[in-house]
Design a protein around this ligand. Structure first.
Ligand code: PAF
Length: 283
């Protein structure tokens, strides 16, 4: 695997190659990321991965400074897996040589809800860096995890609106045996918090089961999950059922008609904010 830190070196490496299958990451790679790389490979060689902790998507009170940066470890993991042809690991001045005054603003009805409500500017930061990374790598396909469900939608819609020639592939969330979705932020959890953390997924599963069994009062189902989490000391940002197609709440008619749904949750355990989601599709 070649490791390059500049756009020029990346372009040198990619000269004469087919357009890549691309996996953008912020590093601190875990099994979830490695599985994205494997899926990228199935969509065609060469695979390009990137590691860049993107300041633009962090709020002023978020964990940009403490975000785990483990480049050497990440390189070793990727070398072992042998899926990646080039790792692009730019530093900040390579990606942002001047203040980023041109920015991609997702529409408020998608980028301003859920994560966008609790992390203002987050989807602007993600969209802007993803567009820049696409412009550096010029991939044919790019793989994103469903764990960041809204991010996946924002990126898909951006590609559609800007007619970017990149096919976005969704990868299922990778979980620990107890159901906790893998995330670089899980390492912030204390042992007690780690034991409690799978509760978020368990409640998403419970809600899914209730909807599949015919429950149609979303507000009551959401409130039951929120109350349960609060009782156990979580601080809940949202726990909500939305339509898959646009992440807006389903109407009572749509609940009856069986419109494809997704339950999404974000909540803090101690100082660690976890997000998760689960699709709910009735036959
Ligand atoms: O999901 C992530 O790791 C980041 O949001 C991404 C897509 C690499 C952009 O910085």
């Amino acid at each position: 695997m070649k490791v390059v830190h500049t756009i020029e070196a990346l372009r040198d490496q990619m000269r004469g190659q087919l357009r890549a299958s691309f996996v953008p990451t912020m590093g601190n790679l875990h099994e979830g990321h490695l599985s994205l790389m494997r899926m990228a490979r199935q969509h065609g060689d060469p695979v390009v991965a990137s590691i860049f902790v993107n300041r633009l998507q962090f709020g002023p009170n978020e964990d940009f400074d403490s975000y785990p940066r483990t480049l050497q470890d990440d390189i070793e993991k990727l070398e072992r897996e042998r899926d990646v042809y080039v790792l692009f690991a730019p530093n900040e001045s390579e990606m942002y040589p001047e203040p980023q005054s041109y920015q991609i603003l997702p529409p408020p009805d998608l980028g301003g809800i859920l994560e966008g409500e609790f992390r203002p500017g987050f989807f602007m930061g993600v969209s802007t860096v993803v567009l820049k990374l696409f412009s550096c790598v010029q991939p044919r396909v790019a793989v994103f995890g469903k764990k960041d469900y809204q991010q996946l939608m924002v990126v898909r819609n951006m590609c559609r609106q800007f007619q970017l020639p990149v096919k976005i592939i969704a990868h299922e969330t990778v979980r620990d045996a107890d159901g906790l979705a893998l995330s670089s932020r899980n390492r912030y959890l204390s042992p007690e918090e780690r034991a409690e953390a799978p509760r978020l997924y368990a409640l998403l599963q419970q809600l899914r089961q209730d909807v599949l069994a015919g429950a149609s009062d979303c507000v009551a189902l959401e409130q039951a999950a929120i109350d349960d989490l609060k009782k156990r000391g979580w601080q809940v940002d949202y726990f909500t059922v939305r339509r898959q197609r646009d992440l807006l709440p389903p109407s009572p008619e749509e609940m009856k008609e069986g419109v494809p749904l997704v339950a999404l949750a974000a909540a803090k355990l101690g100082s660690t904010r976890l997000i998760d989601n689960l699709e709910v599709e009735r036959a």
